[in-house]
Design a protein. Structure first.
Length: 245
């Protein structure tokens, strides 16, 4: 019997720290490339979930699919049913600022959204979904130490991927400094806050809504290496004096 409608894993199958990838192939690649002693714990709906070890510490990877509702379901179940306490998104985003170049990383400090979920949850309040500060601080520090091309700041999440006004609809958030847009970060931060858990979103810029440039899908797995290594360094830091994996 499945533990939840979307997951067949048993309680205890997931580690307290989970990386979240939208694409099941990316989840599979992360598990195979970076983790030891890996086992698959979920295959329901093709949303692959894995648990293994990194630097000897248990860690999991879970596929969340596309969009805010899907992210909200998996984040909710990981936190409520499976006992996860830290969720780190490793995803893709589109650049909203000219200086945010293709293949750079965007570490989201907070994320505005154009969906109706927050209105249903918070009434007349405009809730501000934000990252866990400790995770954010460590990610920014480690990205600088590694010399990664990265940006830290506010982002946006949209429920609409194909929109007739590709850039104009983001005029307001762009004017207030939004760096990039994805579809999941805002709801990840909202759900994590509800459960008093830690969350962070690190995304690779795969296209620019400003310049119309985009990466080729054939190179994207290779592009994600820096992002995943950064997320793992943040989740499970190396002991002082040891060699970074």
């Amino acid at each position: 019997m499945q533990t939840t409608p979307h997951n067949e894993a048993r309680r205890g199958d997931y580690a307290e720290t989970v990386l979240l990838a939208g694409d099941p192939q990316r989840s599979e690649w992360i598990a195979a490339t970076f983790l030891d002693d890996v086992r698959c714990v979920n295959r329901v709906r093709g949303a692959l979930g894995y648990t293994g070890r990194f630097r000897g510490v248990p860690i999991s990877v879970q596929t969340t699919g596309i969009g805010a509702p899907s992210m909200a379901i998996y984040a909710h179940e990981l936190l409520e049913t499976y006992g996860a306490r830290t969720l780190i998104r490793v995803g893709t985003c589109g650049g909203l600022a000219e200086h945010v170049r293709l293949r750079s990383l965007v570490i989201s400090q907070s994320s505005s959204n154009d969906g109706a979920v927050n209105r249903q949850l918070f009434g007349f309040y405009s809730y501000a979904p934000s990252a866990d500060f400790d995770l954010l601080r460590r990610a920014a520090q480690r990205a600088t130490e590694l010399g990664l091309d990265h940006h830290v700041g506010q982002t946006a999440s949209s429920d609409v991927f194909y929109h007739p006004d590709v850039l104009g609809r983001f005029a307001g958030v762009r004017a207030h400094g939004a760096l990039a847009v994805d579809m999941e970060t805002s709801l990840l931060y909202t759900v994590a806050a509800r459960f008093h858990a830690k969350a962070l979103s690190i995304c690779t810029v795969v296209d620019s809504l400003v310049t119309d440039e985009q990466t080729d899908t054939s190179e994207r797995q290779e592009l994600f290496t820096d992002m995943v290594r950064l997320a793992l360094d943040v989740a499970i830091p190396a002991e002082p004096g040891t060699t970074q994996r």
